[in-house]
Design a protein around this ligand. Structure first.
Ligand SMILES: C[S@@+](CC[C@H](N)C(=O)[O-])C[C@H]1O[C@@H](n2cnc3c(N)ncnc32)[C@H](O)[C@@H]1O
Length: 112
């Protein structure tokens, strides 16, 4: 869970956090290092995407949970933050994005 300093929308309650789902296939060994399930993060400013995640935060999660030589799949990759994070820690990556504008942003970011 990633708490936000702001509410991205509001219904019965303000929406003040983002969630990530960690899935593991089988029973892989526990990671050597892992932090809390509540991760502080720096707000990106959402300049590239309305729900843009912080690359540094994602990179730390990828390093912890994806072995060297592993593949990171983000089937809803938006502006490509996860792909950029995977790239920064030397993992292979595969992204899927529906929106052509976000797809272009992601491509630009990983080619930078
Ligand atoms: C929460 S955003 C991801 C933001 C991303 N983590 C970032 O930092 O930019 C989810 C993305 O999933 C895309 N999306 C929604 N449905 C999809 C689908 N069926 N296939 C691929 N992408 C989809 C949306 O266009 C949106 O950009």
């Amino acid at each position: 869970m990633f708490p936000k300093r702001y509410a991205s929308s509001r219904r019965y309650l303000p929406h003040s956090h983002e969630q990530a789902v960690l899935l593991a296939k089988g029973r892989p060994p526990l990671p050597r290092l892992s932090g809390s399930d509540v991760c502080p993060w720096a707000y990106t400013g959402n300049r590239r995407h309305p729900t843009e995640k912080a690359v540094t935060l994602l990179a730390a999660q990828i390093e912890t949970f994806c072995p060297a030589g592993g593949l990171v799949l983000d089937p809803f990759c938006g502006s490509g933050s996860t792909l950029r994070a995977a790239q920064s820690v030397g993992r292979s990556y595969l992204g899927i994005e529906l929106d052509a504008r976000h797809y272009e942003t992601a491509i630009r970011r990983i080619l930078m």
